[in-house]
Ligand binder design. Structure first.
Ligand SMILES: [Zn+2]
Length: 965
């Protein structure tokens, strides 16, 4: 499934939405009985999956190793129909490969087929005559993707039956399909998650369908559930950030094949779903014929299902909006991408609300049938589908008369961050150029620049905008790029996804918006105990990457000269600029399998030469007095954290610093030679290089100007970070995973994960930072006796960092660690006999929590003197909110970021009340408490690894809170 709220749907609430077959089925006789082996004859000697596994389909869950034995045996028995091509390893080192099925003739010319597909997907320089020839002759390439959510297990099991059918089947239909199609079976998109799930369910499964049975999917222990990847990322949200190795390998392999059809097999709904999808549809698809195609594939599946009398539904709640799913992303590449959701799986059996039982075998049979029906539809419309892909690509390569010709991403003061955005775009399928020299672009329009603002009215009165804000387009002006820029030529196949990711993230159409606002009006007029209508937002409503990366972007009317096209990054190539945690052996067992990398430090041109090089350097050779570096980059924080972790003495300038003839901003770092061992010289050189930091060697403590030099009283010693992270319910495993990935794979920082119920009994004094990544007020219950222990520890000097919904924890009366209040939570619990205010009154509004904000972006104003905001460029900072936790400013501490100026909304959906209620609340607070600190931040600042701009708030807390007031 694509979102968690479907768990509640399982009970059968969808019954009203079911589409019980199309007209065709009404004329048919009794439904056929399903059998995996009814399509024979089959080639003798090809083993059925059960022959290898020793159990019948749907009676056990299959491990990765046993699945490989099945596919190997099928291939060995009929090698002329199968090829396997590996395309990378998962984080846990499972080798991923495509199981490619077609006729011997097609398999002999796969290179030519890929080359032909590439021409259809990128028709620049290809004649119409050649396109016509290719569309006449090429087979259609269909990618069948299985087991993306590892606990939606019917997908994985069905895949082996599909493989058997296509390889062993000698019936006329199978032969015709293979003659006209190359079928790419990806056995599992998320092997690591699937394996965790299988180990768990095979240990408990007995085919008990009761909802509360131990073996049901919802009983999976925290962190063991198979939905997510090794690092607990939802793989079906990562097609936007392409942050995980698994996503990057998928992106590269899909672009190597350029399939025309792509199906992602899921499963945990009450009845089978296949497209057509619901509104809204991503605007970047524009006038493409996507809807016509999903109607065709939908009708093909419907006819196949009607033969068996099976239920299914279309549209309903599965939209096609955020470009983060593995159905939309291939569609933006020119394929027709579709999500299929089956009932059954995630267990062996499940009891519906009408006492009927749905089994994993049911789910397998439906995925099997839909997979084959999809190949059949693709073959039926083969030539038209190939032409459709070429036409889509042609439009993508032709910028409209009023559309920008190019985008430029300013390399700015942190070129590694800009390069990380460029790399994100490359993995999303966008060609990027690097213009090294400084240049000026005339007629450049700033995308997402901070608008002129004024103080928000008192108590937010008069702020009642709603829906999707209109694009406030800045007037074109001259833009200077003194440090170079990454440039995106929009005459390319990836232009639509470039526009979607850089600028056009407002695609909620007006009909959809009106329906949601009507629901809002009805909901706020319903009594406290009346059920509320669920909103139609599937996930986030804004995703503009220049905002999340904090990189300035411009739309240009012409393409700047001097650009060097950057080579496609290879997710499987070793990264010379990464370092391993073995380098940090001082802080634990060497872990050579893990490398960490602040971002792309080196990017190559198309000939393999180095085009972009941001590896760090020490200017001035071996220092006599100190090494100094500015805090204005992500790498700077990484370098400081790594040196501190290894026991080196690092300090920070609490005021602007003058050293070695250079000026450094407040918060910059100093490593004094006198206070460190001689190994500092080589270690800082090595880590500066891999952190992409320009370090200045300073040879005297004397300063020519200013109050603060390297020896000043205002250069304060930092503390070695010793970090513990609270995990287990109600902390979201996903939010923990974002932090885990950041610490382990980008910063190379060690931490200890602790179950919430162990916090009370742990030696807290071994740590100076305790992080709660997420979790709502229930975290206090989960901590239990840990609450008192944490309070004592904070008073003795510990730093408690509470992120996202966990920002509420310190405000709870039972915790008492903050003077902030949560908006909409009355001081005393309501009594049932209390007078109920008029629902339209401000008293009624103030007494309820704000409406859930579905992933939207707002401008927050920093207090530049407060250390949480050090290292940020001047001006307001875009931050993301996803939830309904808003905090009043602190009375006793510092509000480092607050929402106090209008316009407040940058992009994404807002409710009529959102701005009014958000005005004058806090986004980030530091509340000193005894000798310690309590840091509260109300948004998901590490969101899915692409909110790079706000992750700095966390690294600042790690660096500065233990040392500064
Ligand atoms: Zn799913």
């Amino acid at each position: 499934m694509r979102r968690t709220r479907f768990l509640s749907v399982l009970a059968g609430a969808l019954a009203g939405a079911l589409v019980l077959g199309l007209a065709a089925s009404r004329t048919q006789s009794a439904p056929q009985k399903f059998d995996f082996y009814s399509r024979g004859p089959y080639h003798a000697g090809v083993p059925k999956p059960a022959d290898i596994l020793g159990y019948e389909p749907g009676t056990f869950h299959t491990t990765w190793g046993n699945m490989e034995r099945v596919l190997d045996a099928i291939q060995r028995a009929r090698p002329e129909r199968v090829k396997r091509e590996p395309f990378g390893r998962t984080v846990e080192s499972r080798e991923r490969s495509l199981f490619i099925v077609s006729t011997p003739e097609n398999l002999a010319k796969l290179d030519a087929i890929r080359a032909g597909n590439e021409k259809l997907a990128d028709p620049r320089g290809v004649s119409q005559g050649e396109i016509d020839k290719l569309t006449r002759e090429l087979p259609v390439t269909v990618w069948l993707n299985y087991s993306i959510h590892g606990d939606e297990s019917a997908s994985f099991e069905a895949m082996m039956q599909v493989a058997y059918q296509l390889v062993a089947g000698d019936d006329s239909l199978t032969n015709r399909l293979l003659k006209n199609a190359v079928v790419l079976i990806n056995p599992a998109h998320n092997p690591d998650g699937h394996e965790r799930f299988v180990t768990w369910i095979n240990a408990h499964g007995q085919g008990n369908p009761e909802h509360w049975a131990l073996e049901q999917q919802r009983s999976q222990p925290w962190g063991i559930g198979g939905r997510r990847t090794h690092y607990q990322f939802d793989p079906n949200r990562d097609a936007l950030a392409m942050s995980q190795p698994e996503s990057r390998q998928m992106s590269r392999e899909i672009r190597r094949w350029r399939p025309q059809v792509f199906v992602d097999h899921h499963g945990q709904v009450a009845s089978f779903f296949f497209p057509p999808t619901a509104d809204p549809t991503n605007a970047a698809l524009g006038s493409s014929d996507y809807k016509m195609w999903v109607d065709r594939f939908g009708k093909g599946n419907a006819a196949a299902f009607d033969r068996y009398g099976w239920e299914y539904y279309v549209r309903d709640v599965f939209d096609f909006h955020a470009p983060e799913y593995w159905d939309i992303w291939p569609t933006l590449q020119g394929a027709i991408g579709m999500t299929y959701e089956t009932d059954g799986g995630g267990n062996l059996a499940f009891r519906r609300d009408d006492e009927t039982i749905v089994t994993m075998l049911d789910g397998m049979s439906r995925h099997f049938t839909a997979s084959l029906a999809t190949v059949e539809t693709a073959v039926r419309f083969r030539e038209e589908r190939l032409k459709g892909m070429a036409a889509y690509a042609h439009t993508s390569c032709t910028p409209g008369a009023n559309a920008p010709r190019a985008y430029a991403l300013d390399a700015g003061d942190d070129p590694v961050r800009a390069a990380a955005l460029a790399e994100n775009l490359q993995y999303a399928g966008v060609e990027v150029q690097w213009v090294k020299q400084s240049f000026t672009a005339k007629g450049a329009r700033a995308v997402w620049s901070e608008p002129a603002s004024k103080p928000a009215p008192k108590e937010g009165k008069g702020l009642d905008r709603a829906g999707t804000p209109a694009a406030a387009k800045a007037a074109p002006a001259e833009a200077k790029f003194p440090n170079g820029a990454f440039v995106i030529d929009l005459a390319q196949p990836g232009s639509r996804i470039a526009r979607a990711l850089i600028e056009e993230d407002r695609s909620v159409d007006s009909t959809f918006a009106r329906a949601e606002l009507a629901k809002y009006e009805r909901n706020v007029h319903r009594g406290r105990h009346a059920p509320k209508e669920e909103y139609g937002f599937y996930d986030i409503t804004s995703w503009a990457l220049p905002l999340s990366y904090g990189v300035k972007a411009y739309a240009l009317g012409s393409l700047p000269g001097g650009g060097v096209k950057l080579a496609d990054p290879d997710p499987n190539a070793p990264d010379d600029a990464a370092d391993t945690l073995a380098d940090s052996a001082a802080v634990g067992v060497p872990f050579t399998a893990r490398v960490s990398r602040v971002g792309p430090l080196v990017m190559h041109d198309m000939k393999g030469g180095i085009a972009f090089d941001a590896r760090g350097t020490i200017s001035g050779g071996e220092a006599n007095t100190a090494y100094v570096w500015s805090c204005a980059t992500d790498g700077a924080a990484r370098l400081a954290l790594r040196l501190l972790q290894e026991g080196y003495k690092i300090a920070t300038a609490a005021r602007p610093l003058s050293a070695g003839g250079h000026e450094f901003p407040r918060g910059s770092f100093v490593a004094r030679v006198e206070r460190n061992p001689a190994s500092l010289h080589t270690r800082i050189a090595a880590l500066a290089k891999t952190s992409g930091v320009a370090v200045t060697a300073v040879n005297t403590a004397y300063t020519e100007k200013g109050d603060t030099g390297v020896g000043s009283e205002n250069v304060v010693s930092l503390k070695k970070p010793s970090i513990a992270v609270v995990v287990d319910s109600p902390v979201s495993a996903e939010a923990y995973g974002w932090m885990w990935f950041l610490f382990e794979r980008r910063l190379g920082v060690r931490f200890t994960a602790v179950r919430a119920d162990r916090v009370g009994g742990m030696e807290l004094d071994r740590y100076n930072i305790l992080i709660v990544p997420d979790g709502g007020p229930g975290i206090a219950t989960a901590l239990g006796a840990g609450v008192a222990a944490v309070k004592d520890w904070v008073s003795r000097g510990g730093t408690l960092v509470c992120l996202d919904d966990a920002a509420e924890l310190p405000t709870l009366a039972s915790v008492g660690l903050s003077t902030c209040k949560v908006v909409g939570v009355p001081a005393k619990p309501k009594k049932d006999d209390e007078e109920i205010p008029d629902p339209d009154s401000s008293a009624a509004e103030a007494s309820r929590r704000p409406q859930f904000i579905p992933g939207s972006v707002f401008w927050a104003t920093p207090d530049p003197r407060q250390w949480l905001t050090w290292g940020f460029a001047p001006g307001r900072i875009p931050v993301m909110l996803q939830g309904s936790t808003m905090l009043t400013p602190t009375k006793e501490g510092a509000t480092a970021l607050r929402f106090d100026r209008t316009p407040l909304t940058v992009t994404g959906w807002t409710w009529p009340e959102t701005e009014r209620r958000l005005a004058h609340t806090a986004f980030a607070v530091d509340e000193p408490n005894g000798d310690g600190h309590v840091v509260m931040i109300t948004g998901p600042i590490l969101f899915r690894e692409y909110w790079r701009n706000t992750e700095r708030l966390l690294t600042n807390a790690l660096l500065y809170a233990p040392a500064l007031d």
